[in-house]
Design a protein around this ligand. Sequence first.
Ligand code: PRP
Length: 210
Amino acid sequence: MITIALAKGRLAKDGLKLFQRAGIKCSEYDKESRKLIFMSDDNKYKFIMVKPSDVPTYVEYGAADVGVVGKDTLLEEGRPLYELLDLKFAKCKMAVAGFEDKKTNFITNTSIRVATKYPNIAHNYFTEKGEIVEIIKLNGSVELGPIIGLSDVIVDIVESGRTLKENGLVVLEEICPITARLVVNQVSLKTKREEINNMLINLEEALEED
Ligand code: PRP
């Protein structure tokens, strides 16, 4: 039995579609259901639905053998996990965004405020650039930061760009591209090597068919 931690929400649906194309079908999954555990049709895989930021935790502690999670969460959580595969879906980018005219202030200002759901990514990004910033952790609707005057800029994921556009903000700097990744527990990789390798080969084949 392989336990797979799936990030609830956008990633779960596309993740299950990919597993299905890799021969792991989960007919009992229903996105409207409040159930947190779903078994694959062949009973060989257990899918657990967890909050995206908790996927690395479940995998690190071995409560799940593998996990499907965004690179943004992996970078933010920074846990010691093997990243086995770029699953290529849930494409977006991590970016610094704000008002267009912040661009000039942004370069010269030495103590700007950055609102973000990703304090570690923001801290690492600005530290590497040698810029001093004050990071304000938010849990959502980060785009409000510059509009309400809580922060000068934000660090957030940009997918379609709609949220920024509809709130009058623009991307000021791109930090890195983001996609969903398959991560694995280091012990499971040894104790369930064959099952995990087979799953990996099937997933790779499914990805090549795209
Ligand atoms: C995410 C992200 C942006 C938005 C980007 O928020 O934090 O706000 O999606 O997507 P877009 O470029 O396609 O508009 P989410 O929907 O997870 O909600 P939240 O702000 O409550 O975290």
